[in-house]
Write a protein that binds this ligand. Structure first.
Ligand code: SF4
Ligand code: SF4
Length: 202
């Protein structure tokens, strides 16, 4: 089981730039998406200086095929936005980010683990439900699951030709993050904001 919590306004605003599109996933009731809190945050964001270009409500963002089809339907709004904030669990954010390598994608929610059965959602992405979603700092690629050591402060130095030193069949997660940052022309200032002592109580 897992649960999502909408992030605080300041945690989101500090990473936004330009026209910003909100995408919210209302599909999966198991994640207990905070609909009321999301609506309140949306109103709050509207009164800030954030340039919100629109909002799309979807469901089951974690389903690659389904999300691919929905992506085509909303392509124009997505193309026009500079930043996209996704309100869903970590898998949904990663699935969407994978479709738009040239776009900044932020996570609007934190995903927490709950004891119990998590279901069988087939997805090419994974979320460890770590309680403090880092995807907004790491260009939509999860450092906890894409890196074999779950490192939050960059590459360990063991990668060879883009492959992880722990498993040669796996691409190095931090090299993927670096490559996507290069495409997005992002410097490492955003990453530096993330690197701090982490509150593992979450
Ligand atoms: S950083 Fe990774 S593990 Fe943590 S909530 Fe986000 S997607 Fe899940
Ligand atoms: S090689 Fe890359 S993915 Fe593997 S443990 Fe090191 S940083 Fe993580």
């Amino acid at each position: 089981m897992l649960i999502t919590r909408v992030k605080k306004k300041d945690a989101i605003l500090s990473l936004c730039k330009g026209k910003t599109l909100l995408i919210a996933c209302f599909g999966c009731k198991e994640v207990h998406f905070e609909e009321k809190e999301y609506q309140a945050l949306k109103e709050d964001l509207k009164t800030s200086n954030l340039n919100i270009s629109g909002e799309i409500q979807l469901d089951y963002l974690c389903n690659d095929d389904y999300t691919n089809k929905r992506f085509e339907l909303h392509k124009k709004e997505i193309d026009e936005a500079e930043t996209i904030i996704i309100f869903s669990c970590g898998v949904g954010v990663q699935t969407f980010a994978g479709l738009i390598p040239g776009k900044t994608v932020l996570s609007g929610c934190d995903t927490y683990v709950l004891p119990g059965f998590s279901g069988f959602t087939p997805s090419s992405h994974d979320c460890e439900q770590c309680g403090e979603c880092m995807l907004g700092f790491t260009v939509g690629i999860c450092p906890v699951t894409a890196c074999s050591k779950g490192l939050l402060n960059g590459q360990c130095g063991g990668a060879k030709k883009g492959k992880c030193e722990v498993s040669k069949n796996k691409d190095c997660g931090w090299e993927r993050i670096y490559n996507r940052m290069t495409v997005l022309k992002k410097d490492d200032l955003t990453l530096k904001k993330m690197i701090r002592v982490r509150n593992y109580n979450k």
